[in-house]
Each structure stands twice: as C-alpha cells, then as structure tokens.
Design a binder for this molecule. Structure first.
Ligand code: ATP
Ligand code: MG
Length: 333
C-alpha cells in the first residue's frame, strides 16, 4: 500500500545544484519507496521566461534527468516525465485561470520577487504571471497529496489550495485533492555569494555536476563573515555560508558544533573551515558525479526513460481530466 501521491519537479533551465539537493532532491529519493511519485521536467514553465531560448530548455531536459538519476531517483520507482507532452495540464490550466483574479496573481510574493530578479519591469510575459496557476494544474492533475519543495514555493502551494477549494466548491464534487508542502530541514539554501537563495538564475550555485576542481574554487571564494579579518578575531556564524552549508551537509554534528564555538571565540581561520566543508561536499558529490558520468554515456537510454515516464503520466492526467470535465458538465459526448 502506498502512502500517498507525490508530484514535484524542476525547470530545465540549467543543471541542478546543492539548493535543489537540500531543498527537494534528497527527500524525493527517500519518498520514492513508499509513495507513488511523479517528477516533472517543467519545460513549459521554463519557457515562460525563456521563450527566446528554447534550445536552452531542450538541452537541459537531458542534463536535469541525468542529475535525477545521479542522485538516486530510480525510474523503476518514480515516474519522470516531460510537462509539455501532457496536454491535460494546459487544459486544466485554462479552467483554473477563470477561478483566480488578476489581482491575486499580481500579489503572489514569489512572483513579485522573481519579476524583480529577472528585471522584467513592466514587461512581464503573461505566461510568466500565470505560471503558478499552471503549477496548480501540474500538482492537481496527478491528485498529489504531497509536494516536496523549497520555501520559495510555499505561496504557490497556497494558491493551489485556494484553487482546489474553489473548484470543488463550485462544481460540487471532491474531484481535486488539496496538496501539502513537504519542507526539508534546509528549506532555503543561500548562494555561495551569501544571497538569500542559491538559484540558477542568480549564478551563485554549486552544481551537482561541477568538477572537483570547480567545487574547490567555489568553496574557496565563498562568502563568510566579512568582519572576520584576522584569524584571532572572533567570527560570526549567522549568515556565514560556510557554516550554513556545514549544517546542511555535514554528518558529524559534534565536530561542526565545536568548530562553530571555536570560530566565535576567535582563533579559527576561514581557510580551515572551508577545507573541512570541501571534504564534506566532495564526499557527497563524488558518488553523484560518478553515477552521472555512467548514465551520460547512454543518452538514448535516458531519453527512453523519459519517453516511457511521459506515457504513464499522460494517461494518469487524462483520467483526472475526464473527471474534471464531468464535474464541470462539459463532458458533452
Ligand atoms: P530558476 O532560477 O530557473 O527559477 P531555481 O534554481 O530556482 O531555478 P527551480 O527549478 O525553480 O530552481 O526549483 C526547483 C525546486 O528546487 C523547487 O522545489 C525549489 O523550491 C527548490 N529549490 C531551488 N533552489 C533552492 C534553494 N536554494 N534552497 C532550497 N530549495 C531550492
Ligand atoms: Mg525557481
């Protein structure tokens, strides 16, 4: 007996990074054993702010799938699929759009922040403005009970819940399911530059596929405590990325606690802490890198996994869409 349905996904806009791993990928690997899990490559969503670069989205379909397989998402347990090849999703999106106001969309905090980051100004693509509604359709068409996501997605899940309630109330059938967000312990990993969120579009990532040398360079340049100038000075651990990353990825909790105490007291240099973080990260990333390299040798097999997964997802979504049409009384013949 499965414990529920899971839907989650990523925009194929670049290789996946440590923020994805901490915020969502690690949970997916654990959840896949006991849940019915769907993982989606959100290519249609990626195009809402990349319409001029379809080749970038196309390239990253393979790259992101390789990242999935590398971290241990198992296609025998998880259905991995491509969003744009499931036509019931845009279909449900159209009907959801009638249940939300333009004003509500404009005030979604995630959207507001992303508009700022992307520098859209007044020229926001309409598709981008409504992507949370599209995302609500992604989640509900699979009747997902749980969505393992980072903190940035909470306002979007809230909007999804509102849509589900409104739909079920209006059409007097409990067709759609209210999803719950599953937040991991590290719901928002900061970037290596100290910015609030590690993000592909902010260029402050350590990618799961970065070479050992690149990881070493990035750790060396990481943001710490700008006031910690001499080794003997007391240092701050709040907002200090190196310690935030140690909390997220080191398993030797006692050692980290000791280092924190020493750093705050003074006498522990940034380079020593960074050296330890690098060891921790290489131990995490080494097996991921190796598995990725092995899969990358057979892109045909990877695409075949996607093709099969997409067939399964298309069928599951179609079943829900029939129920939606019936509830809305638009199942004419
Ligand atoms: P983009 O900049 O293109 O939006 P992104 O780096 O934000 O890319 P997404 O594909 O939008 O990545 O996010 C996929 C999933 O990973 C979401 O569930 C999101 O919450 C989670 N996630 C992304 N970045 C982080 C982070 N820094 N910390 C925790 N979770 C994250
Ligand atoms: Mg994002």
């Amino acid at each position: 007996m499965k414990k529920g349905i899971i839907l989650t996904g990523d925009r194929p806009t670049g290789k996946l990074h440590l923020g994805h791993y901490a915020g969502s990928l690690a949970s997916r690997v654990k959840l896949q054993d006991e849940h019915r899990q769907f993982v989606m490559l959100a290519d249609a969503q990626a195009l809402t702010d990349n319409a001029e670069h379809p080749e970038k989205v196309r390239e990253n379909i393979l790259e992101v799938t390789l990242d999935y397989l590398a971290v241990g998402i198992d296609p025998k347990k998880t259905t991995i699929f491509v969003q744009s090849l499931v036509p019931s999703i845009p279909e449900l999106t159209m009907y959801f759009l009638n249940l939300v106001t333009w004003n509500r969309l404009k005030h979604n905090p995630t959207i507001k922040l992303e508009i700022q980051h992307r520098g859209f100004g007044e020229d926001v693509p309409a598709g981008f403005m409504v992507y949370p509604v599209n995302q609500a359709a992604d989640i509900t068409i699979f009747k997902a009970d749980f969505v393992p996501v980072g903190e940035d997605q909470l306002p979007i899940l809230e909007q999804t819940t509102e849509l589900v309630r409104k739909f079920n109330r209006l059409y007097k059938k409990e067709v759609l399911v209210e999803p719950k967000a599953l937040l991991s312990q590290v719901a928002r990993l900061p970037g290596i530059d100290g910015k609030a969120k590690m993000s592909k579009s902010l260029n402050n990532t350590i990618n799961l596929s970065d070479s050992a040398d690149d990881v070493a360079k990035k750790v060396k340049g990481m943001y710490t405590d700008p006031g910690h100038l001499r080794v003997e000075d007391p240092g701050k651990i709040e907002g200090n990325c190196v310690f935030i990353y140690l909390d997220a990825f080191a398993t030797d909790v006692e050692k980290v606690a000791e280092m924190k105490e020493h750093y705050q007291r003074g006498g522990l240099g940034d380079s020593v802490v960074k050296k330890y973080l690098l060891e921790v990260l290489q131990a995490l990333l080494d097996p991921i890198r190796k598995r990725r390299e092995a899969w990358a040798k057979d892109p045909g097999a990877v695409m075949e996994i996607l093709r099969k997964g997409t067939d399964v997802a298309r069928e599951a979504a179609h079943v829900t869409m029939q129920e939606v049409r019936e509830a809305m009384k638009i199942n004419y013949f």
